[in-house]
Write a protein that binds this ligand. Structure first.
Ligand SMILES: NC(=O)c1ccc[n+]([C@@H]2O[C@H](COP(=O)([O-])OP(=O)(O)OC[C@H]3O[C@@H](n4cnc5c(N)ncnc54)[C@H](O)[C@@H]3O)[C@@H](O)[C@H]2O)c1
Length: 334
């Protein structure tokens, strides 16, 4: 089996490639990545010389490149995306190009060559839950509320349209918030860990009562592998870690795990259009494909903190870049 993974120099895609190379000894992986600010060759340093791995620099929007690569593989797994909500509010164009047009390019090539396609999506396409609402499930209606989630929702619909119109052999997964090694330090947990390691406080948006459902990134990768191998064509699978915590609870747990005090919290202005709660009911993938998350949130968090302690060269190179410092200054003012 030879697969094309897109966005494999990013956070989740790189972990998925690690899962495949270790769990499927006869699979070959081609990684197509445009190396945007979020894609980093240092994120794949441990797999770059693997005999069953090949990296191709390029964009999923490039029709000819995508056509050439898709023709030569058995399946395509799409992780490539612009992924940060705040950035999508500041400038939506890269989101529209990659998340919508890029996904359509992959679909077109998979339709043309009749290849298996798996599309990785997010729970954010379903909008926001109230505190007592049932968790999102496969029949939840779409209600995206920021440019990032709107473009991901559009990409999900394009995949379903191709399944219906062209008989595309495809599956979709919608997953909750991922955490673990190599999380780019623009997301809540990685900014917080790297701040705390530098003796700086963590930033809580608004009142900190926004709830997120956390899943370890390796568990997400194992879930995508299960869907690729055993998923029913045309179906959607929801993945979550059954670990709902408010941002404030998450921050306090992190501070405790790192052996620090509650004075390491500061409150900052809430993000525009902030969603209050995301949570996923993963019972379909558990029941039908035998997948389950393997790590509790606290175990995974300890493991993540340990990784950031040992790999400070990786995150310091990002945090010391002028582009990152400009972005951080605009977000948090220092
Ligand atoms: N991070 C989460 O918590 C989460 C949760 C659910 C779903 N997802 C989805 O999982 C996928 C991966 O997310 P992530 O957190 O790893 O993102 P990321 O931002 O860490 O990585 C995205 C990768 O895609 C690459 N990329 C961007 N535009 C590209 C293009 N035009 N062509 C080729 N490559 C391009 C980047 O260089 C980067 O390597 C996304 O589709 C995202 O919507 C993420």
């Amino acid at each position: 089996m030879k697969i094309l993974v897109t966005g494999g120099c990013g956070f989740i895609g790189s972990h998925f490639i690690r899962v495949v190379l270790s769990e499927r000894p006869d699979w070959d992986v081609v990684n197509l990545d445009a190396l945007t600010y979020a894609g980093n060759l240092a994120t794949t340093v441990d797999i770059q010389t693997h005999s069953r791995y090949k990296f191709i620099y390029g964009s999923i929007v490039d029709r000819d490149l995508v056509d050439t690569l898709v023709r030569d593989v058995d399946a395509v797994i799409n992780f490539a995306a612009e992924t940060h909500v705040d950035r999508s509010i500041q400038d939506n164009e890269p989101f529209i190009l990659t998340n919508i047009l890029g996904t359509q390019r992959l679909i077109d090539a998979c339709v043309k060559y009749q290849k298996r396609f798996h599309h990785v999506s997010t729970d954010e396409v379903f909008g926001s839950l109230g505190p007592m609402d049932a968790k999102f499930h496969e029949q939840s209606h779409y209600d995206p509320r920021n440019p990032y989630s709107a473009t991901k929702a559009a990409s999900d619909h394009l995949v379903r349209a191709a399944i219906h119109t062209h008989g595309l052999r495809a599956t979709i997964s919608n997953c909750t918030n991922n955490y673990g090694p190599y999380l780019y330090p623009e997301k809540y947990l990685s900014i917080s860990i790297t701040n705390l390691l530098d003796g700086k406080p963590i930033h809580i948006h608004g009142d900190g009562h926004q709830v997120r459902d956390w899943i370890h990134v390796r568990d997400h990768g194992l879930g995508v592998l299960a869907i690729l191998e055993r998923g029913v064509m045309g179906e959607t699978y929801m993945m979550g870690g059954n670990a709902e915590f408010s941002m404030l609870e998450t921050g306090r747990l992190l501070i405790r795990v790192m052996g620090l005090g509650d004075n390491m919290v500061t409150f900052v202005k809430d993000r525009l259009g902030q969603d209050r709660r995301y949570a996923i009911d993963p019972s379909k993938i558990m029941r039908e494909l035998g997948w389950s998350h393997t790590m509790t949130f606290e175990e995974g968090l300890r493991h993540m903190v340990e990784w950031y302690r040992k790999n400070d060269a990786w995150w310091r190179a990002i945090r010391n870049s002028s582009a990152y410092r400009d972005w951080y200054g605009r977000q948090f003012g220092n």
